[in-house]
Structure formats: C-alpha cells, structure tokens
Ligand binder design. Structure first.
Ligand code: BDR
Ligand code: CA
Length: 311
C-alpha cells in the first residue's frame, strides 16, 4: 500500500479525509500530524485522536505541530466547525495519547525511514509542512508528492479571493509552493462540487452503525453552518478530495500551472494566483485540480466508510 502522512486540523471535512485514508486498503497511513487552523492546536489534536479511535485506527501515531501561523495570529473557523472544531456528534474521549514528539520531527522520521517515497497530504494551514521543509530540507528526496487542499483557481471563502487554509498562513503556503517537490493543489474550484447532500447524509445514517451515524451528525452540523454563513444548500467536503486524488488520480482532473501566493495584496493577501493560461514567464510548480468526478468520489468515500464499519 502507498505510504501517506496526513497533516490536518480536524475539522468536519478533515475527519472524512482521515476516514477515507484509514478505510481504503490501498493506503498505509504512517502518521497523522495536527496544526492550528479550524480550531486551536489542542482541539484539532484531540479531534484527530477521536476520529482515529472511531475508525479503529488508534495505533496510528498522532503528533501535534504548530499552534499558530508563521506570521501573525491565528484566527480559527469556529463559525464553520463550532467551539470544539468538530461540533455535532458526541465523541468518546480518546484513550490513545498524542506522541511526545513534535509534528515536524514525526513527519521527518516517517518520511526518511521507509525505503519507498512517501506522499504527504495536507488538509489544514501549511505551517507544519513549511516548517518541515525549512528545518529538514533533506526530506524532499524521499517525498513522492505533496497534495494539499487549499486555495482556488477562482474566488475564496475567507476573503473574496482567499481560501481558509492559505489565508491562515500565506507564508507557509508560499514556502511549500516553492519547494520543488511535485505538488497537487486541490482548491475550492473543485471541492465546491463535492456536496454532502441530503441523500449523502441519509446514506451515512442508513448504514445503521455508530460510524455512519457520526458521519451523518458531522455533516448535519456542517450543513447548518454552511447554510448560515454562506447560504449553501449543502456543505462542500473539501479535504477528502485530497485523499481521493492520491487514491484514484483519474477522479481529479489537473492542469500543470504556475501558482503563487499573494503575500502583500491590500485586499488579496492569501490568494492563490493560478496562471492557468500560462500568461506569465513563471515556471509551472503545481498540478492544479480543475475537474472532479463527483459520483466516483462519493463511491470511494462511502466504500471506505462501509469497510470501516465491518472491521
Ligand atoms: C478548508 O478550510 C477548512 O475549514 C476545511 O477543513 C478545509 O480544509 C476549506 O477552505
Ligand atoms: Ca481542513
């Protein structure tokens, strides 16, 4: 199975990303690292432990990373993810403990140890990943690819042109995008197609299991905040698309393009500037997602969750 690490800030959709990674036998989840983003680091860390326990994967090591962006202060997304970062279901207090190691140290070890190159999937602000690349640049030789959920080829969700993960830590995103490792960017332009519709929520509920019910409760809460904050009829599940792109690349259509992060714009700090039509002299540095097989994605996610229900 393909070795992967997930760096995340759970987060309702991060939770689904973890379930997909644990539930699909084609991936080997080496470790999970957490970052401050949707909520403070202590909360995203406990949420990661809760989700892994629920998925029967409490043995996967979890390490906490950076508690604030490289520059400036943290602004959490409690308007979307609630006070806990994972509001909705009543989840058990996890038994497994967080590793004593910092996320950056755990990531380094998990990347350099295996003989096979490792894929790093990031579904939160890129603070840990940028710190890793800065402190341990030698990891790049055993990194297959970095796939991150963040940015957009068009508009944003946190500012008119800025997406949450990038706006939260633009300097980190800039470091990652310029690191030279193959990169896949999964932006809002595709994640907004993967909506947890009423039918999807009913399918989770219809599984008749604890995990299915938790997924339904997570998506019901997520739906309520997306309706209130954005007027969306159904909430977009961003993060599991990054895992799907690793599992089945054919589900996500990409275009190679130069991507830069706006670091100074008066109104656009944190925007991803994607030169899809190659009008600038900059070298392409990312495979940018531009299309999604929505049905194929949900099939993949649902079968992973069903598989976890049986194990
Ligand atoms: C991203 O922001 C977070 O709220 C989600 O978990 C996702 O990673 C979408 O903009
Ligand atoms: Ca996230």
């Amino acid at each position: 199975a393909l070795p992967v690490i997930i760096d995340c800030d759970p987060g309702h959709d991060d939770a689904l990303a973890l379930l997909l990674a644990v539930g699909d036998p084609r991936l080997r989840l080496l470790g999970v690292t957490t970052v401050a983003g949707n909520q403070t680091l202590d909360k995203t860390t406990v949420n990661a432990l809760k989700v892994l326990a629920l998925a029967g994967a409490a043995e996967v090591p979890v390490a906490a990373g950076c508690d604030k962006p490289l520059v400036g202060d943290l602004t959490v997304a409690d308007d979307i993810h609630g006070a806990s970062g994972l509001d909705g279901p009543d989840l058990d207090v996890p038994v497994a403990e967080v590793s004593g190691e910092h996320a950056v140290g755990l990531m380094r070890r998990l990347i350099v140890e295996p003989a096979e190159p490792v894929t790093l999937i990031a579904t939160g602000p890129l603070t840990n990943v940028a710190s890793l690349l800065h402190i341990h640049p030698e990891v790049t030789s055993n990194l297959e690819r970095i796939v991150f959920m963040g940015g957009s080829t068009d508009r944003g969700n946190t500012t008119p042109y800025g997406e949450f993960n990038i706006v939260t830590d633009p300097e980190a995103a800039d470091i990652v995008l310029r690191c030279g490792v193959p990169i896949t960017m999964i932006g809002l332009n595709v994640t907004h197609q993967a909506l947890a519709t009423t039918e999807i929520i009913a399918e989770f509920e219809g599984m008749g299991t604890r995990l299915g019910t938790v997924c339904a409760e997570l998506m019901t809460f997520f739906a309520s905040t997306y309706l209130r904050e954005f007027g969306f009829q159904h909430p977009p599940v961003h993060d599991p698309i990054a895992v799907a792109a690793v599992l089945e690349p054919s589900l996500v259509q990409t275009v190679i393009a130069p991507v830069a992060v706006e670091l100074t714009g008066t109104h656009t700090r944190g925007a991803t500037v994607v030169d899809l039509h190659r009008r600038t002299p900059y070298r392409p540095n990312a495979d940018v997602a531009v299309g999604l097989n929505v049905d194929g994605f949900w099939r993949l996610l649902m079968s992973a969750v069903r598989r976890l229900n049986k194990s």
